[in-house]
Design a protein around this ligand. Structure first.
Ligand SMILES: Nc1ncnc2c1ncn2[C@@H]1O[C@H](COP(=O)(O)OP(=O)(O)O)[C@@H](O)[C@H]1O
Ligand SMILES: [Mg+2]
Length: 451
């Protein structure tokens, strides 16, 4: 061991025991309880109840985050830094497959570069800490040959002293938690070691849970992708059959110069051609990150045009379309073509849900809320309604109850468009009575339009 790097002999992961006084730091002549800078005056010593309570409180702050591994690791780093009054902290995870440690999350400007670093077991201070599964306190990093300088170089952080502790959960190594540079030019104390070990124990449990949740999610997602592919293939197959059928009719008609047959087949070909291009367009819209292209417009014009667009097809299935535009609606800035898409998706669904029902009516309206500077577009039908268990799924991409007649992309895209505008979409539905979708958007002044 290097003359400047003292190590505590404490086993990692043990619970913090306030009052435990045996101390490598003390034995080595380090000032325990010397405090300046932030947090000074809160008392010192390993039995400091204020610090213990603070640590427990901070554990709570990250235990709530197990649904999101990234957020959890960030919270662990922030809280561990605070609890021992360090300038920085890092959290390395253990990759069993390669026997390496890696940074899943690195904070700061140069975080991305730090993330590329992978540390083989036994390499550097963290690697040694992981291999030996014990806490290491390094009082002068510059004098320690084990210090893995790459992370400092990449993050442009100057590590002075550090405390590295393994995160272990039922004998399984989860990773290494490091806190760097005690604030106020001070040194880490034995007290800090106990607190950080307690902390690392709790962090290990939370990370293990988060990893478990993440792998379950991945499995669920894979299953969803499988379903999506099956649904989309079915839909695309129907379209392609339409194209093939009409193309072969035209093939037959051409040698006979049968213009009548060609005239019949041609629109079918065109319709299916349009369908397949809008399917591809929808998939692109759904998958692409976009900024709305704000242009001056009026939400009333959008619903009036959308209603006219559907007038004919609604009449064919005996659905009455009603348009009620709020006369107080001001001009505003929004992505006119995207919002039109969102509203036509809702109208199309409402017509599908109420087609050929006696008294079927789809009401499309707008409401301006001047006090909130919000505007709403509402599409209400008296169709089939949506059962509660289905309501949970309808915004998922590729979820459709229409078999080969639906892509299940309409509502997913609609919600995406609305969110891209900083708005929200709400649904109220009663089975047998009907469904109302309400889109609420910020009414931005027309001057906000992109030039
Ligand atoms: N107004 C509505 N009334 C009843 N069910 C609806 C309504 N709007 C949407 N849905 C349900 O939500 C599902 C998903 O809609 P959407 O994403 O537009 O896909 P698609 O219309 O291609 O099926 C529909 O298949 C349908 O079950
Ligand atoms: Mg739809």
């Amino acid at each position: 061991m290097n003359a400047h790097g003292q190590e505590t002999g404490q086993a990692a992961g043990q619970a913090m025991a306030p009052g435990r006084g045996s101390s490598a730091a003390q034995a080595n002549g380090h000032a325990v309880g010397h405090r300046g800078g932030p947090g000074a005056g809160r008392g010192a010593g390993s039995s400091d109840p204020a610090r213990v309570v603070d640590a427990l409180y901070r554990v709570n702050n990250f235990l709530a985050q197990v649904n999101d591994l990234h957020a959890l690791l960030e919270a662990i780093m922030n809280e561990s830094k605070a609890v021992v009054e360090a300038e920085a902290s890092s959290c390395l995870l253990y990759d069993e497959a390669t026997n390496e440690l890696y940074f899943e999350v690195a904070l700061g400007e140069k975080g991305d570069q730090v993330k590329e670093i992978r540390l083989p077991m036994g390499t550097g201070i963290a690697g040694q800490c992981a291999q030996e599964r014990r806490t290491l306190v390094i009082h002068d990093v510059s004098q320690d040959p084990r210090h893995f300088k790459q992370a400092d170089e990449k993050s442009q952080f100057q590590t002075r002293n550090l405390l590295a502790t393994p995160m272990v959960r039922s004998d399984k190594l989860i990773g290494v938690l490091e806190v760097l540079n005690k604030t106020g030019q001070r040194d880490f104390t034995d007290d800090d070691v106990q607190i950080i070990e307690f902390f690392a124990g709790q962090a290990a449990i939370a990370i293990e849970n988060a990893l478990l949740i993440q792998s379950n999610l991945r499995a669920e997602r894979l299953a969803a992708v499988g379903q999506a592919v099956a649904g989309i293939s079915h839909y695309a197959k129907n379209i392609l059959m339409g194209i093939k059928g009409s193309a072969s009719l035209i093939d037959m008609a051409l040698p006979k110069n049968d213009m009548n047959m060609i005239r019949q087949a041609w629109p079918v070909l065109q319709r299916n051609n349009n369908k397949i291009s809008s399917l591809v367009q929808d998939m692109l819209t759904y998958s692409k990150e976009r900024e709305p292209d704000l242009a001056p417009g009026n939400l009333n014009t959008v619903i009036e045009e959308a209603v006219e667009l559907y007038r004919e097809s609604a009449t064919k299935v005996n659905v009455v379309l009603v348009c009620e535009a709020d006369p107080a609606m001001p001009d505003s800035a929004f992505d006119v073509s995207h919002i039109t898409d969102a509203i036509t998706n809702l109208i199309g669904n409402s017509i599908d849900a109420s087609a050929d029902k006696p008294g079927a009516t789809v009401r499309v309206s707008t409401v301006y809320q001047p006090d909130k500077k919000m505007m709403q577009a509402i599409v209400a039908d008296n169709g089939s309604g949506i059962p509660p268990e289905i309501q949970k799924k309808i915004f998922e991409p590729f979820f459709s109850t229409k078999g080969g007649k639906g892509t299940g992309l309409g509502l997913a895209i609609t919600r995406k468009i609305v969110r891209e505008h900083g708005g929200s979409i709400e649904l109220h539905s009663v089975v047998g009575e009907g469904t109302t979708f309400t889109i609420t958007l910020p009414a931005r002044p027309p001057e906000d339009a992109n030039l």
